[in-house]
Design a protein around this ligand. Structure first.
Ligand SMILES: Nc1nc2c(c(=O)[nH]1)N[C@H]1C(S)=C(S)[C@@H](COP(=O)(O)OP(=O)(O)OC[C@H]3O[C@@H](n4cnc5c(=O)[nH]c(N)nc54)[C@H](O)[C@@H]3O)O[C@H]1N2
Ligand SMILES: Nc1nc2c(c(=O)[nH]1)N[C@H]1C(S)=C(S)[C@@H](COP(=O)(O)OP(=O)(O)OC[C@H]3O[C@@H](n4cnc5c(=O)[nH]c(N)nc54)[C@H](O)[C@@H]3O)O[C@H]1N2
Ligand SMILES: [Mo]
Length: 778
């Protein structure tokens, strides 16, 4: 049997010595493995590993009626045994259900968790909570919420197009000009949710280059495009891509370079949009000169780009990051309209794509929408939900109205937060605010394996295994490799799988059998594989038997014979293969969106000035902060490991700053700097470079939030988490998505004494606490 494991960042052979994993060797089919995975080896047993269930001391001593919730994030923890922990959680869930109903439990539990189909933390927690009557959920993602809500109005769907888009194979063979808004960041293609068999992004882009594809990268950051493809780098002011795209549309219209037949046959609403381009109602023609002033790109460049696009087979790649900014609904919509004007949608290598290399998945060329079984979720009888990034609003304003996709809803009153497989103190914006409103619920429960900011801000912490400590199956509808993940070592301490944690709570609540249906983890995995095998057979793929799969360790589904092209069937026959929009066509103007009447999301793509961008600077000291995905880890995962730690500057997260901006502020390479705005401040280490647009800073996400509990330094995060600076503001009334990339800050050399980063230090733990008192107050 092969000793394989799988992660979001690759598949590995593992080696053990004395019962501990000591080496991970990349899988033989993966010629471009990443180093990210090696980061786990030195933290499996690190001081940040949680080895026993923990309860926050004042919560334990005071009981749920007197919990000193303001101490969340600065309190000591008491180590307890599993029986006590299961009882505490079971009793508290029951108390809240009895007193307030299931909607008072918030368990959106957003996050990436780990690869492995069965031990997927969210699948487990959601199934469990459905068994006990449901929970308030979240909808959409932090990745691209604005697109998830907007795109169905425009092309009928989003996910189906982004995960199944025109493949690299089609680009390599057919594209002449590849224009990438936000680049093609290979750093992001290192990962793929649910497991990666083979990394394809670098090979693909190099093959395209070799085949003569010309790349243009439109981004504030040069490294968003690989140096080896000789791309043209066009710098753009952050958050202004919509203006650029609209001006490109204007120039195509003005020069009669657009495909009127395509617009006629496949779209609705161009007449209204062309009025907007001309400025019929607002008196502003959306010319290249107009956009030049907004985007800081010369009008000549814009005109030239329009002509180039119209005279070549052009692929427009629209980075997911464009949706994580104020009015993030607009860039993709505008991009689709531009592609429609070029008339190449549905042709090989032409049209639009959403974020090539945003993950390893994007642009692959194998069977789409494979029917891979999930752990059955049951039914959630609770209706209440929030758009995922509105969590702080929900906690702050229970009962208040919010808008979402044409309707108005109310925020529920949350008493328990239960998180498994995500890190809200990584992913949410304006962490000072989140920390404040996080004190409101009665109880916060977190399942996780390490002492990151979310476990430190919990009341009850239930320690989980890592993937190396359990068996599972890597099978994802987005990757063609199936991998039998073997348990490589025993769990550290008394860590349990999420499934066993929930089973224990279920026992206390009298629902264990309903939750497990009499299966243990092994029996569930066999069941999920067998269900998948059956449905894949109906789909035209014969999978080996489960036992043969376990014996062999892995297998793969072959790539498609023909390069995949999105919307090719729609192009072939727009009546038979109509889109799932009200008109059945691409909606350049949406009557439905018009009916919503949102000022911040008009019925056709529009340039709306963001609340924070370089054009809204109050003084020249302000810079635009981008906080992109980290190259050396996945979000906050493994930030404490050797690979990520090796990039820190005196323990602080690095920040990229242009040499000019650094010089005017007296900042030298390697200096510790303070970055601040009205929402917060953090320390980080400056990396002075040429290849970032002046006026723009870049700080990756993922540094573990490290609040200064003493208050001595006066900063919100000692380590360098950009989310103490980012705004907690919805993209618009339509999607209410996160808008982290719209953020102005100032920066200065740190004049204070050196600050010790404590992000990777465990909280104070009381070894064996008093017997828990559990007064049942409410
Ligand atoms: N400023 C800014 N913020 C951003 C973004 C940005 O661009 N800028 N990007 C956003 C995006 S796109 C995303 S997707 C989010 C990502 O946000 P998250 O997905 O919340 O981030 P992760 O660090 O992946 O969190 C996963 C957590 O699951 C835990 N975990 C791993 N395995 C297990 C397990 O088996 N069981 C349990 N119970 N837990 C486990 C990990 O230790 C970790 O704490 O961040 C968002 N935040
Ligand atoms: N290594 C690694 N890979 C990852 C992740 C990770 O944490 N680590 N996270 C994964 C997840 S969950 C997601 S959702 C994807 C996200 O994938 P993306 O959305 O592509 O991620 P980002 O890195 O935020 O953005 C890509 C680039 O867009 C540029 N950019 C930002 N704002 C603007 C703008 O206004 N205009 C233009 N033209 N460019 C802009 C930035 O320079 C940035 O480097 O990445 C995935 N891949
Ligand atoms: Mo994401």
């Amino acid at each position: 049997m092969m000793q394989l494991t799988s992660t979001h960042w690759g598949t590995y052979h593992y080696k053990t010595e004395n019962g501990k994993v000591t080496a991970l060797t990349p899988f033989e089919d993966d010629a471009e493995p990443t180093t990210i995975g090696q980061g786990i080896l030195d933290v499996l047993d690190h001081e940040t590993r949680i080895t026993q269930p923990m309860v926050r001391q004042s919560w334990l001593e005071g009981g749920p009626g007197n919990r000193q919730t303001e101490k969340r994030g600065s309190d000591r923890f008491v180590a307890i045994d599993w029986d006590t922990a299961s009882q505490l959680v079971g009793d508290e869930l029951q108390r809240v259900i009895d007193a307030h109903g299931n909607q008072a439990i918030y368990a959106g539990s957003y996050g990436w968790a780990s690869a492995g189909r069965f031990h997927h933390a969210q699948s487990q927690i959601h199934r469990f909570l459905n068994v006990i009557g449901g929970y308030t959920k979240s909808v959409n993602t932090y990745s691209f919420a604005a697109a998830e809500v907007m795109m169905p109005h425009v092309i009928g769907d989003f996910r189906n197009y982004t995960y199944n888009q025109t493949s690299w194979a089609s680009v390599i063979a057919n594209t002449e000009l590849f224009v990438a808004f936000g680049g093609v960041p290979l750093k992001n293609g290192q990962i793929g949710q649910g497991g990666v068999g083979r990394h394809i992004q670098r090979d693909s882009i190099l093959a395209a280059h070799k085949n003569g594809v010309k790349f243009i990268s439109i981004s504030p950051l040069k490294s968003d495009m690989d140096d080896d493809v000789d791309a043209t780098w066009l710098t753009i002011r952050p958050n202004t891509d919509t203006a650029l795209i609209i001006a490109l549309c204007y120039e195509l219209m003005d020069k009669q370079l657009y495909d009127a037949n395509f617009l006629d046959r496949y779209t609705v609403g161009f007449d209204k949009f062309s009025d907007y381009l001309r400025g019929t109602h607002d008196g502003v023609a959306k010319t290249a000169q107009w956009a030049a002033a907004i985007c800081d790109i010369s009008a000549d460049h814009i005109c030239h780009l329009a002509v180039q696009m119209a005279s070549h087979r052009t692929m427009l790649s629209l980075s997911w990051s464009l949706t994580r900014q104020a009015h993030g609904e607009q860039p993709f919509w505008a991009g689709i309209v531009l592609a429609a004007m070029l008339g190449q949608i549905g042709l090989p290598g032409g049209g639009f794509g959403f974020g090539y290399s945003a993950t390893n998945t994007v642009g692959n060329n194998f069977q789409r929408n494979m029917p891979i079984a999930d752990l059955p979720q049951g039914r959630n009888p609770v209706n209440s939900f929030i758009p995922v990034a509105r969590i702080a609003d929900m906690l702050e304003y229970p009962g208040a109205d919010f808008t979402y996709n044409g309707a108005t809803y109310q925020y529920p009153d949350i008493k328990i937060i239960y998180w498994a497989g995500g890190n809200p103190f990584h992913h949410h914006q304006d962490l000072r605010r989140l920390r404040r409103v996080w004190q409101k619920p009665d109880t916060v429960i977190v399942n996780d394996w390490c002492w990151n900011a979310s476990t430190k801000h919990a009341d009850i912490v239930l320690p989980t295994t890592t993937t190396l400590e359990r068996s599972d199956i890597a099978m994802s509808p987005r990757d063609n490799y199936f991998v039998a993940m073997r348990q490589a070592q025993a769990p550290v301490g008394s860590a349990r799988d999420d499934f066993d944690i929930l089973r224990g709570i279920g026992r206390v609540m009298g629902v264990e059998d309903k939750f497990t249906e009499g299966r243990d983890a092994c029996a569930w995995q066999r069941w999920m594989y067998d269900v998948t095998r059956q449905s894949m057979s109906a789909f035209g793929h014969e999978l080996p038997s489960y036992d043969a799969f376990l014996e062999r360790g892995w297998f793969k589904i072959d790539e498609l014979g023909e390069p995949a092209v999105i919307l090719d069937k729609f192009r072939a026959d727009p009546i038979v293969n109509k889109l799932d929009t009200p008109s059945g066509k691409i909606e350049i103007y949406s009557e439905q969106v018009a009916g919503f009447g949102y000022d911040d999301c008009p019925p056709h793509p529009s340039w709306l000035t963001p609340p924070e961008w370089l054009g809204a600077r109050q003084h020249s000291a302000q810079l635009h902060l981008l906080c992109a995905q980290p190259a050396n880890k996945l979000h906050s995962q493994l930030d404490h490991g050797s690979i990520s730690r090796a990039t820190k500057i005196n323990g602080h997260e690095p920040l990229l700053i242009n040499a000019e901006d650094a010089a005017t502020r007296g900042i030298v390479d390697g200096a510790i700097v303070r970055v601040f705005n009205q929402r917060g401040a953090c320390l980080c280490g400056a990396r002075v470079i040429q290849d970032i647009m002046p006026g723009v800073l870049m700080m990756s996400t993922g540094a573990w939030f490290d609040p200064d509990i003493t208050g001595d330094s006066g900063v919100d995060c000692k380590h360098g988490n950009p989310n103490v600076l980012t705004p907690d503001r919805g993209t618009s009334s339509l999607a209410q998505g996160p808008a982290a990339h719209s953020c102005l800050v100032e920066i200065e050399p740190w004049a204070g004494a050196p600050v010790v980063v404590t992000a990777f230090t465990a909280p104070d733990i009381v070894p064996s606490g008093p017997a828990p008192t559990r007064p049942r107050t409410s």
